[in-house]
Design a binder for this molecule. Structure first.
Ligand code: PMV
Length: 326
């Protein structure tokens, strides 16, 4: 009898970004990356393999997905079946605990939770680093969401060597992110398409790989020193270099909206007034502000000149995955 397994995984925001694959099949990245797992945004997923089913059944936030919409999840379940010898189809129920359509990296928490629940439901007892390798096959950023706190994903050179490890967990010093949740105004370029395009067409791509590799060492040191200024400065520079790749691709693309630039300017302005805060951005318009909790009031007050209070979500360092049996 197959069991129903439930896994909970939190999302993470990269401080040194992953933006390009060197092996799209195995999902090996061009460079390593470092992230912070957040408490506020998570995915809960249950999986049960069921002999009576003829198709995988996937429900997302209470809504049954068509086979076309569920294709990435079904492909991932096929990988689990291939690794475990499980032959049955699965019932998958997944719920994202992120503000509605916030567009906050749900593939990271989503595939981490699916890897954990799916593999256990198929009878596999994987270690955390094996789970990280499995999650990587669903979405690169999911590699890191197996772990809490600060996490590093080692680029590696094959399936066995490309996995994440915790750098610091729990995080016992004052660092947080304020997510500025903005409306996307244009058709998004998916992260898969965007990163592929920059690898193939940006003349700056080799410089990105060089500087990202340098950022990894500096970021590890800054985290070990619990140095918010260094973590923030490195993260902000790294993020803008990633977005410069997009601007230098052919054809060029970007994820910025007018509100994105307003939020970036507000952070720069706060910093000019002595507030220790920095921004980072991913494959969407939202801005994440890296700061100490002692500056929450001054930062949110300044941002509320432009944005509603409910667009500002305060997230603290969060835990790694948890797995339970229903
Ligand atoms: O793995 P994906 O497709 O979610 O790509 C993640 C890319 C970024 O979020 C922009 C950077 C990162 O390292 O998370």
């Amino acid at each position: 009898m197959s069991k129903t397994i439930i896994a909970k995984a939190h999302t993470n925001i990269a401080l040194v970004k992953y933006w390009g694959k060197k092996d799209p099949q195995l999902m090996l990245p061009q460079n390593g990356s470092i992230s912070l797992t957040l408490d506020h945004f998570y995915t809960e997923t249950s999986v049960k393999f069921e002999p009576t089913l003829t198709h995988d059944q996937v429900t997302f936030n209470g809504q049954r997905l068509t086979a076309a919409k569920a294709q990435r999840i079904i492909t991932f379940l096929d990988l689990i079946r291939q690794k475990s010898g499980e032959t049955n189809r699965a019932i998958v129920e997944t719920r994202n605990h992120v503000p509605t359509s916030a567009g906050l990296a749900s593939s990271a928490s989503g595939f981490a939770a699916l890897a954990a629940a799916g593999s256990r439901a198929a009878g596999l007892e994987l270690s955390r680093s094996e789970l990280s390798r499995l999650a990587r096959r669903g979405s690169g950023s999911a590699t890191r969401s197996i772990f809490g706190g600060f996490v590093e994903w080692h680029a590696g050179h094959d399936d066995a060597s490309s996995f994440a490890e915790p750098l610091q967990d729990p995080v016992d010093w004052d660092i947080q992110m304020i997510a500025v949740v903005l409306q996307a105004s244009k058709k998004p370029v998916s992260s898969t398409v965007g990163m592929q395009r920059v690898v193939e067409t940006s003349p700056y791509y080799p410089a990105w790989v060089d500087t990202a590799n340098q950022d990894l060492g500096a970021m590890r040191q800054a985290i070990a020193n619990k140095d918010l200024t260094q973590v923030g400065t490195l993260a902000e520079t790294n993020a803008m270099r990633m977005h410069a790749l997009n601007l230098s691709a052919k054809p060029a693309f970007n994820y910025f909206t007018a509100d994105t630039l307003t939020a970036i300017n507000a952070v720069q302005n706060l910093r000019a007034h002595g507030i220790n805060c920095y921004y980072t951005l991913d494959a969407g318009p939202n801005v994440k502000i890296i700061c100490a909790s002692t500056d929450t009031a001054v930062i949110t007050t300044a941002l509320q000149q432009y944005f509603a209070a409910d667009q500002l979500i305060i997230a603290k360092p969060g835990p790694g995955i948890s797995i339970t049996e229903a």
